[in-house]
Design a protein around this ligand. Structure first.
Ligand SMILES: [Zn+2]
Length: 301
């Protein structure tokens, strides 16, 4: 009897093998100089698609392209790229997973750069992306295939001076901390981030999770500054509070669509077991008792 190996698994192993061949003498995860430059100057550069970047990367022979495999909540990542800290980006302490597809990492850098152009000195605080090879990580149901990232909100102090946070802070619909304090949700900079993500020339954002009250605050600001109607419509579609999960009142959760060429990538989420079947299992285990549904955990995405 022969064991059946899934096609995506074979593809991932092949890419990993080719990665180790290419990696001799190369920093595994750091973006190359011109790629970083291209990422940060994307707004002024001619439109570059992910497919174009991939082909030119292959031609230059620098590294094999990253691959998002399977579902965001049941998948893997091959040849992931690490998001490094610099003047545009910092890591949120205690969130150690910094690998994503090259498309996601480039998107984060371009968005952080766009906000810094609008608001000099801004530095984006980034939480978890995915593990080096993807797969399940703590705190998250998804973040498995290199297409998810958590972004801390831009905040100010009570006198509107920008500041950095070392943990996520939950805000209410007035942009005030739910737990109290002098930190404020910086609506203008957070809208600048959202619009940069949605206007990106190369990567399509599938959704941005954020709580309903903060979504309303952002859209109200966008209308007040006369954001382009198409951008506003897109923001209304993409920003939303998730169901069956935490409301995301303390960070943005961004998921990008499957990159061009990632044939094993699957959009949407892997279906959860139906509650009825779980009740049946519980019933089978407790033949004389009443079946009770297991409590649903409210994990982050
Ligand atoms: Zn998340």
């Amino acid at each position: 009897m022969s064991a059946k190996i899934p096609a995506w698994c074979t593809a991932a192993v092949l890419w990993l093998m080719s990665a180790s061949a290419f990696a001799q003498g190369l920093p595994e995860a750091a973006p190359s100089g011109d790629r970083a430059q291209a990422s940060q100057g994307a707004a002024a550069a001619p439109r570059r698609t992910a497919r174009n970047e991939r082909s030119s990367s292959r031609r230059r022979g620098r590294r094999p392209p990253s691959l998002s495999v399977g579902f965001a909540n049941g998948g893997a990542l091959a040849n992931g790229v690490a998001l490094r800290e610099d003047h545009l980006v910092r890591h949120l302490p205690g969130r150690p997973h910094h690998h994503g597809t090259e498309e996601l990492v480039a998107l984060i850098r371009r968005a952080a750069s766009a906000v810094a152009r609008d608001f000099a000195g801004s530095r984006l605080t980034v939480g978890d992306l995915s593990d080096h090879d993807g797969g399940p990580i703590g705190h998250h149901a998804s973040h498995q295939s290199g297409r998810d990232v958590d972004l801390a909100f831009y905040v100010t102090d009570a006198r509107s001076r920008p500041m950095h946070v070392n943990d996520y802070i939950s805000f209410n619909g007035q942009g005030r901390p739910i737990a109290g304090g002098n930190v404020r949700f910086d609506v203008a900079r957070n809208w600048s981030l959202v619009s940069a993500l949605l206007d990106d020339p190369a990567v399509r954002v599938e959704h941005i999770f954020v709580s309903t009250p903060l979504r309303a605050l952002l859209l109200e600001h966008a209308r007040a500054i006369h954001a382009r109607p198409m951008l506003l419509v897109r923001a209304q579609l993409v920003l939303h509070q998730p169901v069956r999960a935490l409301p995301h009142s303390n960070h943005f959760h961004v998921r990008i669509a499957c990159p061009d060429g990632d044939a094993q990538c699957v959009e949407g989420v892997r279906p959860r077991p139906r509650p009825r079947s779980r009740a049946r299992v519980a019933s089978a285990r407790q033949p004389r008792g009443r079946a009770t549904a297991a409590p649903r955990s409210r994990r982050g995405h």
